[in-house]
Design a protein around this ligand. Sequence first.
Ligand code: URA
Length: 239
Amino acid sequence: MERLQKIIALSGYCSRRKAEELIVQGKVKVNGSLVTHMGFKANFNDCIEVEGNPINPKEDKVYYLLNKPRGVVTTSKDDKNRKTVLDLIKTDKRIYPIGRLDYDTTGLLLLTNDGELTNFLTHPKNKIEKVYIAKIKGLITKDNLKKLCNGIMIDGKKTSKAKAKILKIDNKANSSLVELIIHEGRNHQVKRMFEMLGYEVLKLKRESISFLTLDGVKTGEYRELSIKEVKKLYSEIKD
Ligand code: URA
């Protein structure tokens, strides 16, 4: 017997946290009966339905690393019918993105049907480093670089310690290229950190997540993670 939210996450339907929300919202049935209380344990052979969809916790896990181009949304379905990251990957598995990149942000995005790994990689306690390269309007100052590192107030909450370095200052074009390394994943975090300091982000690219980089993966292309890489990601988990 396992906790219901764990079985749902293992099925790849969503993360464990999201599964907990769905249970409380009355969207989960076990063998035809609604379950709304936390702590309910189920069997892998039980018939579990989430939002009316039967789930299969034993489905093979798959992991993709995509180099997301601009102009693609990071959702499974877009209400404006725009191209989604799922349109770029050929698979018969029900995968979803781990975290989110904005419509105009490019770079490394992981997609999987492994809810457990999603949960681990997105939980702030695991401090998974993400490297972003931002091209910003204006000339960044050392003082503002320090502020980025020490934390910026966004919606009344300070961002955690980050690392930042100047890659290039273009006096003529009045722009700067900055590398920012963060381990949180708040909404539009990088853009908002710069905006709070008065800089507009002109371009944003995610270069890496933990040890995974875009090496050998062109824009719009993807590759599967190796078993070794998946094991290494799991080994980064601090539980
Ligand atoms: N931070 C942002 O502002 N946008 C992204 O797409 C990713 C991180």
